[in-house]
Design a protein around this ligand. Structure first.
Ligand code: FES
Length: 242
């Protein structure tokens, strides 16, 4: 048992997971450097980072449970309770909030009957949804926007977001505005661990949008270029920080 009253049992991770863990560790000169993708691998199996998942990572990497816990509890992408089939992240940071992101979040929260990090439905079951507020998701030119399993759905209104979530609850997977076809939370976690089971499916789909390229297009039309970099000799000396 750990402090969350979870039974610790690393044997829940089977042969395939152990082989994939070895493949992840082999990518790095130091095994401890593999911790971030290892935690994603655990989430792809269990839908969250369980106590057993933390112990599994510690065993595989030869580091302490405290070290793994410190990392797993620091980053918001590592979930400490089981996620729904889909994770819906609504950006409510400055630009999205100004453009209506809070109204999108409220509409979804009321419909699902859950708040931040709450799950509607049995976690992992088809159509179950975990909702979360998110900080800036690096798509302010498409505000307000949301992500499902980290794929982008741009320029959302409360009505569009509700339609999207209702479709997810029916078991449908509407295409993201950009990027690959929608998977589910565990599938996305597998990709974040570095395993692409269907690469063709993963890399198809529009990857850029007119709004994002507008500045570069204007610069090209007007012949604007960035100032050239000075030669190394002209760069100021690097301060001695000893
Ligand atoms: S503020 Fe929402 S994507 Fe940047």
């Amino acid at each position: 048992m750990n402090e969350r009253n979870e039974e610790i049992d690393t044997s829940v991770f089977g042969e395939r997971t152990r082989t994939e863990a070895e493949a992840i560790i082999a990518r790095y000169p130091e095994s401890r450097s593999a911790l971030l993708p290892m935690l994603h691998l655990v989430q792809s199996e269990q839908g969250y980072v369980s106590g057993s998942g933390i112990h599994f990572c510690a065993e595989q990497l030869g580091i302490s449970v405290a070290e793994v816990s410190a990392v797993a509890t620091f980053y918001t992408m590592y979930k400490r309770s089981p996620c729904g089939q889909h994770l819906v992240s609504v950006c409510t940071n400055t630009m999205c909030a100004a453009m209506g992101g809070e109204a999108v979040y409220r509409a979804l929260s009321e419909h699902l009957g859950v708040g931040h990090e709450g799950t509607a439905g049995e976690p992992g079951a088809e159509g179950s949804i975990t909702l979360e507020h998110a900080e800036c998701l690096a798509a302010c030119d498409f505000a307000p926007m949301l992500q499902v399993n980290y794929e982008y759905y741009d320029n959302q209104s409360p009505e569009q977001a509700l339609e999207l979530v209702k479709a997810l609850q029916r078991g449908e997977k509407p295409a993201p505005t950009r990027g690959p076809a929608l998977s589910d939370f565990r599938g996305a976690e597998r990709q974040l661990a570095g395993f692409f089971d269907d690469l063709d499916e993963t890399v198809t789909g529009p990857s850029q949008a007119t709004e994002t390229l507008r500045g570069a297009q204007l610069a090209e039309e007007r012949g604007w270029t960035a100032p050239s970099m000075p030669d190394d000799a002209e760069l100021p000396p690097v301060p001695d920080r000893k």
